[in-house]
Design a protein around this ligand. Structure first.
Ligand code: ADP
Ligand code: IPE
Length: 252
Protein backbone atom coordinates (compact mmCIF):
# COMPACT_ATOMS: atom_id res chain seq x y z
CA UNK A 1 0.00 0.00 0.00
CA UNK A 2 1.15 3.50 -0.82
CA UNK A 3 0.10 6.60 1.16
CA UNK A 4 -0.04 9.86 -0.82
CA UNK A 5 -0.43 13.35 0.66
CA UNK A 6 -2.00 15.89 -1.66
CA UNK A 7 -0.59 19.03 -0.07
CA UNK A 8 -2.84 22.04 0.27
CA UNK A 9 -0.24 23.99 -1.70
CA UNK A 10 -0.92 21.98 -4.88
CA UNK A 11 -4.65 21.31 -4.70
CA UNK A 12 -5.39 24.99 -4.01
CA UNK A 13 -3.80 28.33 -4.56
CA UNK A 14 -3.14 29.07 -0.88
CA UNK A 15 -3.37 32.84 -1.46
CA UNK A 16 -6.86 32.68 -2.94
CA UNK A 17 -9.67 31.50 -0.61
CA UNK A 18 -11.72 28.58 -1.93
CA UNK A 19 -9.58 28.05 -5.04
CA UNK A 20 -9.26 24.56 -6.43
CA UNK A 21 -6.62 23.31 -8.87
CA UNK A 22 -8.79 20.84 -10.72
CA UNK A 23 -6.16 20.15 -13.40
CA UNK A 24 -3.49 19.19 -10.87
CA UNK A 25 -5.82 16.81 -9.01
CA UNK A 26 -6.88 15.26 -12.35
CA UNK A 27 -3.22 14.73 -13.29
CA UNK A 28 -2.53 13.03 -9.94
CA UNK A 29 -5.60 10.80 -10.33
CA UNK A 30 -4.49 9.83 -13.87
CA UNK A 31 -1.05 8.80 -12.62
CA UNK A 32 -2.58 6.75 -9.80
CA UNK A 33 -4.96 5.11 -12.32
CA UNK A 34 -1.93 3.60 -14.11
CA UNK A 35 -1.07 1.57 -10.99
CA UNK A 36 -4.50 0.77 -9.55
CA UNK A 37 -5.67 -1.93 -8.62
CA UNK A 38 -2.28 -3.73 -8.66
CA UNK A 39 -1.17 -1.25 -5.99
CA UNK A 40 -3.40 -0.14 -3.15
CA UNK A 41 -3.55 3.54 -2.20
CA UNK A 42 -4.58 5.66 0.75
CA UNK A 43 -4.86 9.40 0.16
CA UNK A 44 -4.77 12.31 2.58
CA UNK A 45 -5.27 15.89 1.44
CA UNK A 46 -4.55 19.17 3.15
CA UNK A 47 -6.77 22.09 4.03
CA UNK A 48 -5.34 24.51 1.49
CA UNK A 49 -7.41 27.62 0.93
CA UNK A 50 -10.57 25.88 2.22
CA UNK A 51 -9.48 24.78 5.72
CA UNK A 52 -6.77 27.26 6.71
CA UNK A 53 -8.61 30.61 6.33
CA UNK A 54 -11.62 29.33 8.29
CA UNK A 55 -9.51 27.65 10.98
CA UNK A 56 -7.67 30.95 11.40
CA UNK A 57 -10.78 33.13 11.31
CA UNK A 58 -12.57 31.06 13.93
CA UNK A 59 -9.41 30.68 16.06
CA UNK A 60 -9.81 26.90 16.16
CA UNK A 61 -6.24 26.37 17.40
CA UNK A 62 -7.10 28.34 20.53
CA UNK A 63 -9.46 25.50 21.41
CA UNK A 64 -13.18 25.11 21.93
CA UNK A 65 -15.10 28.21 22.99
CA UNK A 66 -18.86 28.83 23.05
CA UNK A 67 -18.46 31.45 20.33
CA UNK A 68 -16.48 29.26 17.88
CA UNK A 69 -18.66 26.12 17.89
CA UNK A 70 -20.34 27.16 14.65
CA UNK A 71 -16.90 27.89 13.20
CA UNK A 72 -15.68 24.39 14.10
CA UNK A 73 -18.57 22.96 12.15
CA UNK A 74 -18.09 25.38 9.23
CA UNK A 75 -14.38 24.52 8.99
CA UNK A 76 -15.27 20.83 8.81
CA UNK A 77 -17.95 21.56 6.19
CA UNK A 78 -15.42 23.49 4.08
CA UNK A 79 -13.12 20.46 4.22
CA UNK A 80 -15.99 18.21 3.15
CA UNK A 81 -16.58 20.55 0.20
CA UNK A 82 -12.93 20.31 -0.88
CA UNK A 83 -12.94 16.55 -0.28
CA UNK A 84 -16.03 16.15 -2.48
CA UNK A 85 -14.32 17.93 -5.38
CA UNK A 86 -11.33 15.59 -5.10
CA UNK A 87 -13.42 12.43 -4.75
CA UNK A 88 -15.48 13.35 -7.81
CA UNK A 89 -12.37 13.64 -9.98
CA UNK A 90 -11.20 10.18 -8.90
CA UNK A 91 -14.66 8.70 -9.49
CA UNK A 92 -14.78 10.21 -12.98
CA UNK A 93 -11.66 8.15 -13.75
CA UNK A 94 -13.32 5.03 -12.30
CA UNK A 95 -11.10 5.04 -9.22
CA UNK A 96 -13.20 4.05 -6.16
CA UNK A 97 -12.16 6.89 -3.86
CA UNK A 98 -14.07 6.85 -0.57
CA UNK A 99 -14.26 9.76 1.86
CA UNK A 100 -13.46 9.09 5.54
CA UNK A 101 -13.73 12.02 7.96
CA UNK A 102 -10.81 12.13 10.39
CA UNK A 103 -12.96 13.97 12.95
CA UNK A 104 -15.17 10.86 13.12
CA UNK A 105 -12.35 8.43 13.94
CA UNK A 106 -9.51 10.28 15.70
CA UNK A 107 -9.02 11.97 19.08
CA UNK A 108 -5.99 14.18 19.48
CA UNK A 109 -3.88 15.78 22.18
CA UNK A 110 -1.30 18.49 21.52
CA UNK A 111 -2.10 18.17 17.79
CA UNK A 112 -1.16 14.46 17.72
CA UNK A 113 -3.46 11.47 17.40
CA UNK A 114 -3.84 9.64 20.71
CA UNK A 115 -6.82 7.47 19.84
CA UNK A 116 -7.92 6.22 16.43
CA UNK A 117 -10.49 3.77 15.12
CA UNK A 118 -8.76 2.69 11.94
CA UNK A 119 -10.23 -0.77 11.42
CA UNK A 120 -12.71 0.78 9.02
CA UNK A 121 -9.86 2.21 6.87
CA UNK A 122 -8.21 -1.20 6.75
CA UNK A 123 -11.46 -2.87 5.73
CA UNK A 124 -12.07 -0.36 2.91
CA UNK A 125 -8.54 -0.94 1.59
CA UNK A 126 -9.04 -4.72 1.82
CA UNK A 127 -12.05 -4.24 -0.48
CA UNK A 128 -9.94 -2.25 -3.00
CA UNK A 129 -11.40 1.16 -2.16
CA UNK A 130 -9.09 4.18 -2.05
CA UNK A 131 -9.80 5.91 1.29
CA UNK A 132 -9.44 9.69 1.13
CA UNK A 133 -8.85 11.42 4.47
CA UNK A 134 -8.00 15.09 5.05
CA UNK A 135 -6.73 17.64 7.54
CA UNK A 136 -9.76 18.32 9.74
CA UNK A 137 -11.00 19.72 13.03
CA UNK A 138 -10.86 17.07 15.75
CA UNK A 139 -11.86 16.35 19.33
CA UNK A 140 -8.86 17.32 21.46
CA UNK A 141 -8.19 16.13 25.02
CA UNK A 142 -6.27 19.29 25.87
CA UNK A 143 -8.23 22.06 24.13
CA UNK A 144 -11.65 20.55 23.56
CA UNK A 145 -11.26 21.04 19.80
CA UNK A 146 -8.17 21.55 17.65
CA UNK A 147 -6.87 21.16 14.09
CA UNK A 148 -5.54 17.77 13.04
CA UNK A 149 -3.16 18.17 10.09
CA UNK A 150 -2.97 15.74 7.21
CA UNK A 151 0.73 15.28 7.99
CA UNK A 152 -0.07 13.99 11.49
CA UNK A 153 -2.66 11.60 10.05
CA UNK A 154 -0.05 10.23 7.65
CA UNK A 155 2.55 9.79 10.37
CA UNK A 156 0.04 7.89 12.53
CA UNK A 157 -1.31 5.68 9.74
CA UNK A 158 2.15 4.94 8.32
CA UNK A 159 3.26 3.68 11.71
CA UNK A 160 0.13 1.49 12.04
CA UNK A 161 -0.16 0.18 8.47
CA UNK A 162 3.52 -0.15 7.46
CA UNK A 163 2.99 0.97 3.84
CA UNK A 164 5.46 0.28 1.01
CA UNK A 165 6.13 4.03 0.76
CA UNK A 166 4.73 7.45 1.60
CA UNK A 167 4.71 10.24 -0.99
CA UNK A 168 4.21 13.91 -0.14
CA UNK A 169 3.16 16.03 -3.13
CA UNK A 170 4.26 19.65 -2.71
CA UNK A 171 4.56 22.74 -4.92
CA UNK A 172 8.37 22.70 -4.85
CA UNK A 173 10.81 19.98 -5.97
CA UNK A 174 11.43 18.55 -2.49
CA UNK A 175 13.16 19.61 0.73
CA UNK A 176 15.80 22.30 0.30
CA UNK A 177 18.41 23.66 2.68
CA UNK A 178 16.30 26.84 2.79
CA UNK A 179 12.96 27.98 1.41
CA UNK A 180 13.36 27.83 -2.40
CA UNK A 181 10.58 30.39 -2.88
CA UNK A 182 12.57 32.96 -0.93
CA UNK A 183 16.20 32.01 -1.65
CA UNK A 184 17.25 31.61 -5.30
CA UNK A 185 20.40 29.72 -4.21
CA UNK A 186 18.46 27.11 -2.17
CA UNK A 187 19.87 23.61 -2.71
CA UNK A 188 17.69 20.50 -3.03
CA UNK A 189 18.55 17.84 -0.45
CA UNK A 190 18.26 14.49 -2.24
CA UNK A 191 18.34 12.26 0.81
CA UNK A 192 17.78 12.82 4.52
CA UNK A 193 18.29 10.30 7.29
CA UNK A 194 18.25 10.90 11.01
CA UNK A 195 21.93 11.80 11.18
CA UNK A 196 22.00 14.23 8.23
CA UNK A 197 18.82 15.93 9.29
CA UNK A 198 20.16 16.59 12.78
CA UNK A 199 23.42 17.90 11.34
CA UNK A 200 21.50 20.16 8.96
CA UNK A 201 19.39 21.43 11.82
CA UNK A 202 22.38 22.19 13.93
CA UNK A 203 23.71 24.13 10.93
CA UNK A 204 20.51 26.16 11.01
CA UNK A 205 18.32 24.65 8.29
CA UNK A 206 15.89 27.38 7.29
CA UNK A 207 12.47 25.75 7.07
CA UNK A 208 8.99 26.82 8.05
CA UNK A 209 7.10 25.03 10.81
CA UNK A 210 5.21 23.26 8.02
CA UNK A 211 8.21 21.67 6.36
CA UNK A 212 10.07 21.11 9.62
CA UNK A 213 7.03 19.25 10.97
CA UNK A 214 6.88 17.15 7.81
CA UNK A 215 10.53 16.12 8.21
CA UNK A 216 10.07 15.31 11.90
CA UNK A 217 7.03 13.17 11.13
CA UNK A 218 8.69 11.50 8.13
CA UNK A 219 11.58 10.39 10.33
CA UNK A 220 9.09 8.45 12.51
CA UNK A 221 7.86 6.48 9.48
CA UNK A 222 9.46 3.05 8.98
CA UNK A 223 9.36 3.10 5.12
CA UNK A 224 10.89 5.44 2.49
CA UNK A 225 9.18 8.84 2.38
CA UNK A 226 9.30 10.89 -0.85
CA UNK A 227 8.84 14.66 -1.08
CA UNK A 228 8.19 15.56 -4.70
CA UNK A 229 6.73 18.32 -6.83
CA UNK A 230 3.15 17.21 -7.46
CA UNK A 231 2.62 19.88 -10.14
CA UNK A 232 5.04 18.12 -12.53
CA UNK A 233 3.43 15.32 -14.52
CA UNK A 234 5.40 12.09 -14.22
CA UNK A 235 6.92 12.78 -10.81
CA UNK A 236 4.34 10.72 -8.94
CA UNK A 237 4.83 7.85 -11.41
CA UNK A 238 8.59 7.97 -10.80
CA UNK A 239 8.13 7.91 -7.02
CA UNK A 240 5.67 5.01 -7.21
CA UNK A 241 8.18 3.08 -9.37
CA UNK A 242 10.98 3.91 -6.93
CA UNK A 243 12.94 6.05 -9.40
CA UNK A 244 15.12 8.96 -8.24
CA UNK A 245 13.02 12.10 -7.76
CA UNK A 246 12.78 14.91 -5.19
CA UNK A 247 13.90 14.22 -1.63
CA UNK A 248 13.83 10.77 -0.05
CA UNK A 249 13.77 10.43 3.72
CA UNK A 250 14.91 7.07 5.05
CA UNK A 251 15.44 6.37 8.72
CA UNK A 252 18.97 5.19 9.34
P1 ADP B 1 1.61 21.54 1.83
O1 ADP B 1 0.53 22.57 1.80
O2 ADP B 1 1.96 21.03 0.47
O3 ADP B 1 1.34 20.43 2.79
P2 ADP B 1 3.33 23.58 3.04
O4 ADP B 1 2.66 24.73 2.33
O5 ADP B 1 3.11 23.43 4.49
O6 ADP B 1 2.95 22.22 2.31
O7 ADP B 1 4.86 23.56 2.73
C1 ADP B 1 5.34 23.71 1.42
C2 ADP B 1 6.00 25.04 1.31
O8 ADP B 1 7.07 25.11 2.24
C3 ADP B 1 6.61 25.29 -0.04
O9 ADP B 1 5.72 26.02 -0.85
C4 ADP B 1 7.89 26.09 0.26
O10 ADP B 1 7.80 27.41 -0.19
C5 ADP B 1 7.95 26.12 1.79
N1 ADP B 1 9.29 25.83 2.34
C6 ADP B 1 9.87 26.53 3.34
N2 ADP B 1 11.09 26.06 3.62
C7 ADP B 1 11.31 25.03 2.76
C8 ADP B 1 12.40 24.14 2.56
N3 ADP B 1 13.53 24.21 3.30
N4 ADP B 1 12.27 23.18 1.60
C9 ADP B 1 11.15 23.09 0.86
N5 ADP B 1 10.08 23.91 1.00
C10 ADP B 1 10.14 24.88 1.95
C1 IPE C 1 -5.09 21.51 7.64
O1 IPE C 1 -4.52 20.35 7.12
C2 IPE C 1 -6.57 21.25 7.92
C3 IPE C 1 -7.35 22.45 8.27
C4 IPE C 1 -6.91 23.67 8.30
C5 IPE C 1 -8.76 22.22 8.63
P1 IPE C 1 -3.01 20.33 6.58
O2 IPE C 1 -2.13 21.00 7.59
O3 IPE C 1 -2.70 18.93 6.22
O4 IPE C 1 -3.13 21.25 5.28
P2 IPE C 1 -2.08 21.80 4.21
O5 IPE C 1 -1.52 20.67 3.44
O6 IPE C 1 -0.99 22.54 4.98
O7 IPE C 1 -2.92 22.73 3.38
Amino acid sequence: MIIVKLGGSIICNKNEPFSFNEGVVKQIAEEIADFYPEKKFLLVHGGGSYGHPLAKGYKIREGLKKENMGGVSKTHQAMLELNKKIIEIFLSLKLPAFSISPSSIFIINDGQIVDGWIKVIEEFIARDFIPVLFGDVAIAKDKGIDILSGDQIISYLAQKFEPEKVIFLMDVDGIYDKNPKVHKDARLIEEINEKISLRQEAAGIDVTGGVRNKIDEALKIPCPVYFINGMVRGNLTKAIKGERVGTIIKRS
